[in-house]
Design a protein around this ligand. Structure first.
Ligand code: DOR
Ligand code: ZN
Length: 366
């Protein structure tokens, strides 16, 4: 379905001098965001239009405060999202349940039966924003995970161990060895999404693992390495979890998506926080990218010379993994530079978006 409308050469006046005008257009199947933080209340109303404009569906993360731990809470949250949509928006929120040490098989039964919940999220306790109620030991949840496999509900994992003595850059690799491999041995039928993978180790694990696992990848982990966090000073707006990694890790992520591996698909992990919470003595983790999400992925694939591979990554592989139909509509991007503003309103405050004040190479067609 990809359509690249080629390069147009325009003759300028006076004649004889030629200017190459890069009027490139790209039409793809409407994409989905398989990992998104929408927050609630005024924050939700501020950020939702950005995602709804670009994506047909999004997998909405449950780490509200308090977290979305029950089917009833997920259905109520879904309704608040639907109520906050701009008029005429065509956007379906897919809900997730936040697993705790006490999530029961009966809760999984209710979640599977309600039809609105598409997965259950494992936050290791203390791993990231609002994860205090997360799981302290996944082995306690074997019966719950078993029910998820029976009912076909995938497990979405924040793949980092949280022990204080583990180096922050090693947390993902350690999670693979200490949690993921044993978990998949105990529950081989459970479908797993390894969320926001950041390392070569994670790419290699997913590529070599038994079937039934896939992974999402964020724009920031494809665009930046950990040097960016310290470029010219400390950059709080580039702090997210898992933290940015080495250049060799970024290259591994780029390689796997540009060769069109269907186990890897788009998940922005767009995670808005007020500026004051980021620019703080103890700034919180999360990068807001929903305002330019598909545009940044287009830039990434273009820079790798693989623009025709964008569509499957953004609009096919995720739906296929979750067993959902691919979207029928389209989205058109233009090769048109624009500059995101220094901030967007966010409830009573503001948030600083990814690429604030810097150029983005692709824009949406109006
Ligand atoms: O950087 C992050 N921010 N990583 C997460 O896992 C959570 C997210 C958030 O909710 O702010
Ligand atoms: Zn997330």
């Amino acid at each position: 379905m990809i359509r690249i409308i080629g390069w147009r050469v325009k003759t300028s006046r006076p004649p004889r001098r030629q200017t190459l005008v890069t009027m490139q257009e790209l039409t793809i199947r409407r994409p989905d965001d398989w990992h998104l933080h929408l927050r609630d209340g005024d924050g939700l109303r501020a950020v939702l239009p950005f995602s709804a404009r670009r994506f047909a569906r999004a997998m909405v993360m449950p780490n509200l405060n308090p977290p979305v731990t029950t089917t009833a809470a997920a259905i109520a949250y879904r309704q608040r999202i639907v109520d906050a949509l701009p008029a005429g928006a065509d956007f379906t929120p897919l809900m997730t349940l936040y697993l705790t040490d006490s999530t029961t098989p009966e809760e999984i039964e209710r979640a599977a039966a309600c039809g609105a919940i598409a997965g259950c999220k494992l936050y290791p306790a203390g791993a990231t924003t609002h994860s205090d109620a997360g799981v302290t030991d996944i082995r306690r949840l074997d019966a719950t995970l078993e029910r998820m496999s029976e009912r076909g509900l995938p497990l979405q994992v924040h793949g980092e161990v949280t022990a204080a003595d583990v180096d922050i850059f090693e947390r993902e690799a350690r999670f693979i060895d200490e949690v993921l491999i044993p978990l998949r041995r105990r529950s081989p039928q459970l479908r797993v999404v390894f969320e926001h993978v950041t390392t070569r180790a994670a790419v290699e694990y997913v590529c070599d693992a038994p079937a039934g696992i896939a992974a999402t990848i964020t724009p920031q982990h494809l665009l930046l390495n950990r040097n960016a966090l310290f470029q010219g000073g400390l950059r709080p707006h580039l702090f997210c979890l898992p933290v940015l990694k080495r250049e060799s890790d970024r290259q591994a992520l780029l390689a796997v998506i540009t060769r069109g591996d269907r186990r890897f698909f788009l998940g922005t992990d767009s995670a808005p926080h007020p500026r004051t919470a980021k620019e703080s003595a103890c700034g919180c983790a999360g990068i807001f990218s929903a305002h330019a999400a598909i545009e940044l992925y287009a830039e990434i694939f273009e820079q790798a010379g693989m623009l025709p591979r964008l569509e499957d990554f953004a609009a096919s592989f995720g739906a296929d993994f979750y067993g959902l139909p691919r979207n029928r509509g389209t989205l058109t991007l233009e090769r048109r530079e624009w500059v995101p503003p220094p901030s967007y309103p966010f409830g009573s405050g503001e948030l600083v978006p990814l690429r604030a004040g810097e150029r983005v190479a692709w824009g949406l067609r109006a």
